[in-house]
Design a binder for this molecule. Structure first.
Ligand SMILES: Nc1ncnc2c1ncn2[C@@H]1O[C@H](COP(=O)(O)OP(=O)(O)OP(=O)(O)O)[C@@H](O)[C@H]1O
Length: 266
């Protein structure tokens, strides 16, 4: 089966001469859940823009689905959530922002209305739908931006920092929506805790913008040396248990750690 995203030799240099990503080659299969992790400034957002077809890389190619290299042709199948929620919210009301993607896609009004009502309820936006987006708090804006990307049910989600300023309750809601998304998910984040929650495969971008590791989540998340040498910190549970448990046994999330402790006490 063709990969949903197939990038080869991607390099991107900004006009001021900064090389943000270097010779990145990666392939993402249908329904994979992947985290791209890296320190601040390592090039994650630039890689997201290049994979999402929103910047034209200085070198290399990205191919999608049926091997087209034309991101515009697959635009309505890619849900790209940029780091800044203000980039999505440009209509007069939150409702219009949420309706925009489904309308572009030609989704029936009934299906779109149902999806939007469900997402709004899940993300605590129901009472905010008639507000202008600029009158929302930071966390509310982030929730609205996530809802606007999920509203049109894209085949591939490319999510830069999906939790942003979101509080614990809505993090959990977003986590559930992302995990249950039927399709491919790629999350770009410096947080290995988030990677542990969401991904089965982790790609590490080094501080020079090239890929330094790409493997199953457990292998990367328990490799403290690899992570620390790339300006990253292992998930909290790994920091807690490393040195006391074997790598294969270390719980990667708080939920898994709690279960481990319960099992231990029995
Ligand atoms: N528009 C731009 N012009 C010039 N340099 C840029 C531009 N945007 C980003 N950069 C530089 O490119 C490099 C990669 O930036 P990028 O935003 O892709 O990193 P990141 O991994 O997403 O960082 P963060 O975790 O801080 O969001 C950095 O050195 C950054 O300063």
């Amino acid at each position: 089966m063709a990969p949903v995203i197939d990038a080869s030799g991607l390099t991107h240099e900004y006009p001021d001469g900064t090389t943000a990503i270097r010779d990145v080659t990666l392939s993402i299969g249908a329904n994979e859940r992947v985290a791209v992790v890296g320190a601040n400034g390592s090039g994650k957002s630039t890689l997201q823009l290049a994979l999402g077809g929103l910047v034209d890389p200085s070198a290399g190619t990205v191919r999608y689905f049926d091997q087209t290299a034309d991101a515009e042709r697959v635009r309505d199948r890619l849900g790209v959530l940029l780091q800044d929620p203000d980039d999505y919210l440009f209509n007069t009301t939150v409702r219009e922002d949420l309706e925009y993607g489904p309308a572009q896609l030609g989704m029936s009004r009934r299906v779109a209305d149902e999806r939007i009502a469900r997402l709004a309820a899940d993300l605590g936006l129901t009472d905010l739908l008639d507000r202008p987006p600029f009158r929302l708090s930071g966390g509310e804006k982030q929730r609205a931006a996530v809802a606007s990307v999920l509203a049109f049910d894209p085949d591939v989600l490319l999510l830069d920092e999906p939790f942003g300023a979101v509080d614990a309750r809505y993090r959990e809601r977003i986590r559930k929506l992302v995990i249950s998304h039927e399709g491919t998910v790629v999350v770009f984040t410096p947080s290995l805790d988030l990677a542990a929650e969401l991904a089965e495969r982790v790609i590490v971008v080094g501080q020079q913008g090239s890929i330094v590791a790409d493997a199953l989540a457990r292998e990367i998340l328990t490799d403290g040396e690899l992570l620390r040498s790339n300006g990253l910190r292992p998930p909290a549970t790994v920091r807690l248990f490393e040195g006391t448990l074997d790598d294969e046994e270390i719980p990667l999330t708080v939920a898994a750690a709690r279960q481990y402790l319960v099992d231990e006490r029995q």
